[in-house]
Design a binder for this molecule. Structure first.
Ligand SMILES: [Zn+2]
Length: 461
């Protein structure tokens, strides 16, 4: 049933090890898996696969979003001129009101935006669990299922409140034992370790300034006992670095290493402020980076050292981050932003610092590796899952870009995806969501956001 024959594409960008691109190429997906990629008709025919005309479109592996906070979609454009700590202080009290209705609407909006930008797999990092509010993880998992997107929610947590020297108000933190018990329960209920899984869960205490040393250490032990991945924020701002040095006598990445965190089962959001030693340790331990360039610029955090990380051999993927600091969820736009910012890091302008195709590789294979899915996702090769994004390159924004249609997808204004497939099933068809009504999701998002705004007021300036 989950079969498609996407034929006669302008270019198929396989993103294989050699970077093979096939002019006029076609892709056959059978039983959710890529069966063949090449020119013309597959040797064994296309059986009953649904035929999709790829003419005028560039096919790339579905983009993988490695960092997000979906609930934040309902609190965009607030604290517009604040750095991370001021921004968080303005938003925590509003986020304390999160409930399942909010979460469901926000996840539907955020995941739909991602899908329409070419994203087939997304993670989420939900870390606000107000006491007595049920159904938050369930709500976002339901939204992902309805849309048909592959989903890796992280069970986030905060247990270090203001009373004990943390940044968040005590109203949004949880008891450490409760966090660990609920996280284990969430993994037991939702995590699917099987190949081709549509749903996997990770363990994800929030940050050094909102999680205790005990929570960090025991979260790592829990994740390893359960065989799931570990995620957190680290080295996002210089304020965070000062906090870690003052409280723990260590810089953020040293602290994480001391807490037993670095390893090939870990991916870390941001990593903007890394020393040369930090970069070396990331690469040596196989710890991956989820880089979120737009959010880092919006909050004035800085530009992550992507070129040095990649040169050292570290794994790098891309994330849009929550929509309270982006304030959109366009992952193709993030590929473009990663390429642009890599070229101006540390005021050393070098147009060779990152190529278009290298940026695309971060958004596809890099992301797949961050989520532990390098063997299944991130390239269009036989045996990989049938996750494909098709971008039309015959519209207005691409007139004149005929010299390199693949580069056009990254260099020109980020277009809406034309067709999107997950396991060969349509998630977007002709620029429209295949499994939901976009206008209804937008209406519901505006309804929930108005309810939040009525309570919160202002923009938090
Ligand atoms: Zn984040």
């Amino acid at each position: 049933v989950a079969g498609a024959f996407i034929h006669d594409c302008e270019v198929v960008v396989t993103m294989d090890d050699e970077g093979t691109e096939i002019r006029g190429g076609s892709i056959l997906i059978e039983d959710g898996t890529i069966a063949w990629v090449g020119n013309g008709e597959p040797p064994g025919g296309t059986t009953d696969a649904k035929r999709v005309d790829g003419r005028g479109a560039v096919a790339i592996p579905g983009l993988v979003n490695t960092h997000h906070h979906l609930y934040q979609a309902m609190t965009r454009v607030r604290a517009q001129d604040q750095g991370l700590f001021g921004w968080l202080a303005a938003l925590y009290p509003i986020w304390a009101g999160v409930d399942a209705d909010w979460e469901r609407a926000a996840a539907a909006v955020g995941l739909a935006e991602l899908a329409l930008s070419g994203c087939t797999t997304s993670t989420d990092h939900h870390y606000v669990f107000p006491p007595g509010v049920p159904g938050l993880l369930e709500a976002e998992i339901d939204s992902a299922r309805e849309l048909g997107i592959r989903f890796h929610p992280c069970r986030g947590s905060m247990d270090l409140g203001q009373r004990n020297g943390g940044l968040p108000p005590d109203s949004v933190i949880q008891d450490t034992d409760a966090v660990l018990a609920e996280t284990e329960e969430a993994v037991g209920r939702f995590h699917d370790p099987r190949p081709g899984a549509m749903l996997r869960v990770a363990v994800a205490p929030c940050s050094p300034f909102s999680a205790t040393d005990r929570l960090m250490r025991e979260s790592a032990e829990l994740a390893r006992r359960l065989g799931v991945r570990l995620h957190t924020h680290i080295a996002e701002t210089l304020d965070e670095e000062s906090f870690c040095v003052e409280r723990f006598g260590r810089r953020p990445l040293e602290l994480l290493e001391d807490q037993g965190w670095l390893g090939p089962d870990v991916w870390l959001a941001h990593c903007v402020h890394l020393s040369g030693d930090d970069i070396r340790r990331m690469a040596e331990t196989g710890t991956a980076v989820a880089s979120c360039p737009t959010s880092n610029l919006r909050l004035g955090s800085g530009v992550a050292p992507l070129r040095p990380l990649i040169d050292a051999g570290a794994t790098v993927g891309l994330g849009v981050d929550g929509s309270a600091s982006n304030d959109g969820a366009n992952l193709l736009g993030e590929v473009r932003m990663a390429m642009l910012t890599a070229r101006v890091r540390d005021r050393v302008s070098d147009a060779r610092a990152m190529s278009v195709r290298e940026a695309l590789r971060l958004g596809t294979r890099g992301g797949a590796a961050c989520l532990g899915r390098a063997g299944e996702l991130g390239s269009l090769e036989p045996g990989k899952r049938g996750d494909v994004a098709l971008f039309s390159v015959d519209g207005l924004g691409f007139a004149g870009a005929e010299a390199d249609p693949v580069a056009a997808v990254v260099l020109c204004s980020p277009p809406r995806v034309r067709d999107l497939f997950v396991d060969g099933r349509a998630v977007v068809r002709d620029g429209r969501l295949a499994n939901a009504e976009e206008e209804a999701l937008a209406r519901d998002g505006h309804r929930v956001a108005r309810r939040i705004a009525d309570r919160a007021g202002g923009t938090g300036e």
